[in-house]
Design a protein around this ligand. Structure first.
Ligand SMILES: Nc1nc2c(ncn2[C@@H]2O[C@H](COP(=O)(O)OP(=O)(O)OP(=O)(O)O)[C@@H](O)[C@H]2O)c(=O)[nH]1
Length: 385
């Protein structure tokens, strides 16, 4: 029979106490085991999440994963993301790369650090790390980070996204449980999560910027030849599948050598920028404008037959010729363009997309040459000879 610590045989009361203590210990153990299992499951889910966001290859994929997965694995009722985008560079580049911001209503852009709603005192973007702010949800105070707050949101955590001590935005977490985010709660876990998200964001944003730079003409800001070559192949395949025509314009500024000779290379660059702007104004957002090099531009028009493409080309010609271009140094200059227009009609795109693209470009180039030979400042979409 069991003896007590004093060596005496246990009484019935002692035994009763021991059994109760035993039951309590077992219950405590079961609770701790349950907690450990729960924590393990949370850790596993978060590790899978980390792997998924680290593997995201572009901005929409990363943002989409954060908004889709994080509320589920962290049992949150709202997750939003605020990014500082001072000169709207991120938005401009993403738009150019066809990111549809309407798909991400919980992605918020602000111009300045102050708009993040952190209590930063006299900090600036490079000051030592600010801490997450946890507390009760206040519809007015948190209107900016939670623009679509669900009914019943009770507590929130605004977690700074930091890269090299610089705040790039904030990850905003919301719960309908009032005890979920209280000021006394430890923040190591959410800070760790935010730091991984911040690295992924910065990485994906700089990749997208590089992609954009690689596809853009730095002088005029329109696409470059590499972009159009690639896009043309995609569009030929799509037009073939969906049975619509696409058209291609080759645009060349007339006597551009004379422009350079008259106003210098810098003035010539200004003319190139203005002409690019005037062409762009005549296009739909689905059309793509690129500078092919020198004083040559091309336009790819989606779902446009020869007649409508020639109509747009005529508008472009008229817009360039219609008013003088004002240069800095108070100079004004008249320029004109010649345009060749070719179309890939429905049912004519047989063979390899590569060969079709080449033939389309060559036809537009040939018609441009014809326009030059027949007086310039004109649009040619069919040859009369
Ligand atoms: N300012 C500026 N000039 C450029 C640039 N790239 C090419 N050029 C100039 O564009 C001019 C093209 O001249 P040409 O190909 O002879 O043709 P053009 O004078 O436009 O004559 P047509 O096309 O026959 O009407 C050359 O003087 C080039 O130096 C550029 O990026 N900036």
């Amino acid at each position: 029979m069991t003896q007590t610590a004093t060596g005496k045989l246990p009484t019935q009361t002692d035994q009763h106490d021991l059994a109760a203590e035993n039951r309590a210990l077992r219950a405590r153990m079961a609770y701790l085991l349950e907690q450990a299992e729960r924590n393990h499951s949370i850790m596993t889910r978060h590790q899978a999440f980390d792997l998924e966001i680290v593997g995201a290859s572009n901005f929409p994929e990363l943002i989409g994963t954060i908004f889709r997965v994080l509320p589920v694995i962290s049992e949150l009722d709202s997750v939003t993301l605020t990014l500082i985008d001072e000169d709207a560079d991120i938005r401009t580049v993403m738009l150019k790369l066809d990111v549809v911001f309407e798909d991400f209503p919980d992605l918020i852009f602000v111009e300045t650090l102050d708009e993040l709603g952190f209590d930063l005192g006299r900090r600036n973007a490079y000051s030592p790390t600010p801490k997450p702010q946890l507390g009760m949800f206040d519809r007015q105070r948190h209107a900016e980070p939670f623009p679509n707050a669900p009914a019943g949101l009770q507590s929130v955590a605004l977690v700074p996204l930091l890269r090299n001590k610089r705040i790039i935005g904030s990850l905003n977490l919301g719960s309908c449980d009032p005890t979920r985010f209280t000021p006394s709660l430890g923040t190591d876990f959410i800070e760790h999560m935010a730091s991984i998200i911040a690295i992924c964001l910065e990485n994906v944003i700089s990749n997208e910027m590089l992609k954009y730079i690689g596809l853009t003409d730095s002088l005029t800001g329109v696409y470059n030849r590499r972009y159009i070559d690639r896009r043309l192949l995609e569009e030929i395949a799509r037009a073939r599948r969906q049975q619509y025509p696409i058209s291609f314009m080759y645009i060349d500024i007339d006597h551009f050598k004379r422009v350079n000779d008259t106003v210098g290379h810098g003035g010539g660059d200004e003319v190139l920028r203005e002409v690019a702007g005037r062409i762009k104004n005549e296009l739909r957002t689905s059309d793509a404008l690129a500078r092919f090099g020198g004083e040559e531009f091309v336009v790819l028009l989606i779902d446009a037959n020869l007649e409508s493409a020639a109509f747009v080309a005529e508008r472009i010609r008229a817009s360039v010729a219609g008013s003088m271009i004002a240069l800095s140094l108070e100079l004004q200059l008249s320029v004109t363009v010649s345009i060749g227009v070719a179309c890939l009609e429905v049912g004519t795109a047989e063979g390899e997309p590569d060969a079709i693209a080449r033939a389309l470009i060559e036809r537009a180039d040939d018609l441009l040459y014809y326009a030059k030979e027949h007086g310039r400042n004109r649009v040619v979409s069919t040859r009369e000879d």
